[in-house]
Design a protein around this ligand. Sequence first.
Ligand SMILES: Cc1cc2nc3c(=O)[nH]c(=O)nc-3n(C[C@H](O)[C@H](O)[C@H](O)COP(=O)(O)OP(=O)(O)OC[C@H]3O[C@@H](n4cnc5c(N)ncnc54)[C@H](O)[C@@H]3O)c2cc1C
Length: 220
Amino acid sequence: MSDFPKSDLNTVKRLPKRGHYDRETIYPIVDEALICHVGFAIEGMPFVMPTIHTRIGDTIYLHGAVANRMLNHIKQGYSVCITVTHIDGIVFARSVFHHSMNYRSAVLFGRGRVVETYEEKWKVFEALTEHIAKGRWNDARKPNEVEDKTTAIVAIEIESASAKIRSGPAGDEEEDYALPVWAGVLPVRMEFGPPEKDAPLPESVETPQYIKNYTRKGKS
Ligand SMILES: Cc1cc2nc3c(=O)[nH]c(=O)nc-3n(C[C@H](O)[C@H](O)[C@H](O)COP(=O)(O)OP(=O)(O)OC[C@H]3O[C@@H](n4cnc5c(N)ncnc54)[C@H](O)[C@@H]3O)c2cc1C
């Protein structure tokens, strides 16, 4: 897998050492996230919408109701900016100034197109379902004709992208290390609780392993 070329659009300017441009770093950040935020502008007004995404190769797919304003805008070929953020820790420094967060974030740029063919749409239905839980597509009922017709899908080919990653301890000023102020990192993790069975579910239906052992790690 190759790097996205660095340009004025995707180059991390502040703390450039934290910037990454290779797909091996960017895509696991994208794939681990349950949702993304999609930024787009309509007549100069910016909107940023949270939504479920999935990735196949260099393409991000979004879906929703056929009347969805965001999708109807994007499918006309407009540019979008998609972001994904994972917070890994709260960094407490001795000085207020050096408080920070440990994070992995990705910013992707591309232009939209509508997904029309049955083959591609079906592939995306599967990918979206598998993005939520690997194995779910096989278990759940597939979309019927009405569900298919009332669902719009747009594709965004990723033309440019970057990741920015911060990890490690607080970076205080040399003279502040003597201060009796607690400093360190409070790790942040996304945690899933025990599955809550739907009430009408017969006893015979077992909880699948992919729900019992649910994790967002290793999605790529
Ligand atoms: C959880 C979290 C909290 C943050 N809190 C702050 C804060 O309080 N104050 C602050 O100044 N910054 C914060 N940042 C960093 C912020 O996202 C930008 O990196 C920052 O605004 C500096 O941008 P810039 O001026 O260098 O680049 P810009 O000119 O704004 O961006 C140029 C290009 O660099 C890339 N880029 C920039 N930032 C990121 C990123 N985070 N992830 C992936 N690609 C990126 C994009 O491709 C972008 O188009 C935070 C980031 C995260 C993930």
